[in-house]
Design a binder for this molecule. Structure first.
Ligand code: PAP
Length: 348
């Protein structure tokens, strides 16, 4: 995956490793991975044969588990790093575009902005790409200028202390009503499911999701980890909801600017810069761009996804088209019980 970078000058702040080479480190993680994998509980996979449960969360046995271990063992964050964290299908693509446009707004004009020709996932890569990309010159974390913009689906409580302690990097977390997450995920993953496997029915996807057997699930544990983290260290974790962003994009983008240390000046506000960013990153704009209709994303050696699959409807409440009343009641009930006492609620 070739990550779009504003410039590739190394700024010499805490590189990913010091004495050992990258391949030594990856080899050590490989050993831990090979020892651990056979002992993990298995659940049915959505696009792979199965998911494995590691430290309470369900992960793809190959990519996600390996990446998590590598992050836990070796990743050294910079204090300036900005992480976008999310449970899959919660609004990652949208937030990638918004954060990229906000942080780089003095660098690029809106008429020839990189997001017009480069997909959000290439402007703001997943941290995973460091391990996936064989050609380091195409994705070398050490050479990324600060602030590095990196995306993760890793649950907060599984992150190493180096990433969660008070001094280190910042996180923007985006969450979404689990009913919309489930529907979005089911439709998305059925498109990626290998052709030789039968599609997963909505009923089956629903059962798996309710049991927590879903990439980086259980959904509720994922959300609660970042929610509680954001209550403890609000200066470190900005907790956002997809629904709020839909309702009041200007308000949320201004909050985003403040949180990331890139506040919008009064002059920028009066010139309509916030509106420009919201318009540039809107579903209506991004989903109609050529790059997001025809190009593809390589997420791992086995996973190549057409960009267009990241843009479906972009609506709040599309679950109404798909879920039965019984499904809605059961999912709402689980959500209510899991989030009880946390202060976090999702609209129904
Ligand atoms: P990912 O976890 O695979 O990266 P993610 O981007 O989090 O996916 O979620 C995709 C959802 O965000 C899709 O929702 P839907 O299936 O309900 O339609 C997608 O349409 C929506 N989405 C993508 N870009 C935008 C955007 N600019 N504004 C609003 N929603 C968007």
């Amino acid at each position: 995956m070739a990550a779009f970078q504003p410039s590739l000058e190394c700024d010499n702040i805490s590189n990913i490793h010091s004495e050992q080479t990258d391949s030594d480190l990856i080899q050590k993680t490989d050993e831990r991975y090979r020892e651990t994998l056979p002992n993990l509980p298995k659940g049915k996979g959505w696009i792979t044969e199965h998911l494995v449960q590691y430290q309470g969360f369900w992960l793809t046995p190959n990519a996600a588990l390996k990446i998590l271990m590598w992050v836990q063992d070796h990743f050294k964050p910079r204090p300036t790093d900005i992480f976008l964290a999310s449970f899959p299908k919660s609004g990652t693509t949208w937030l990638k575009a918004l954060i990229f446009a906000t942080v780089n707004r003095t660098r690029y004009g809106f008429a020839d902005h990189p997001l017009l020709t480069t997909g959000p996932h290439d402007c703001f890569p997943f941290l995973d790409a460091h391990l996936q990309e064989k050609d380091r010159s195409r994705f070398d974390l050490d050479r990324f200028p600060s602030p590095r913009l990196l995306s993760i689906h890793i649950p907060y409580i599984l992150l190493p202390n180096s990433m969660t302690d008070h001094q280190s990097c910042r996180f923007v977390y985006i969450c979404r009503d689990p009913k919309d997450v489930l529907v979005s995920k089911w439709l998305f993953l059925n498109k990626l499911r290998p052709k030789d496997l039968p599609p997963i029915s909505l009923e089956e996807a629903f059962e798996l999701f309710c049991q927590g057997i879903s990439h980086y699930g259980p959904f509720w544990d994922h959300v609660l980890g970042y929610w509680e983290g954001s209550l403890e260290t609000p200066e470190k974790i900005l907790f956002l909801k997809y629904e709020d962003l839909k309702k009041e994009p200007l308000v949320v983008v201004k909050r985003l600017g403040d949180f990331l240390g890139y506040p919008f000046s009064l002059e920028e506000e009066s010139k309509g810069v916030v509106e420009e960013i919201v318009k540039l990153c809107s579903f209506e704009n991004l989903s109609t761009l050529e790059v997001n209709k025809v190009s593809e994303q390589k997420f791992s050696k086995d996973t190549i996804i057409d960009n267009r699959h990241f843009f479906r409807k972009g609506k709040v409440g599309d679950w109404k088209t798909y879920l039965t009343t019984e499904m809605v009641e059961r999912l709402d009930e689980i959500t209510y019980e899991k989030l009880l006492g946390s202060g976090l609620v999702f609209g129904s």
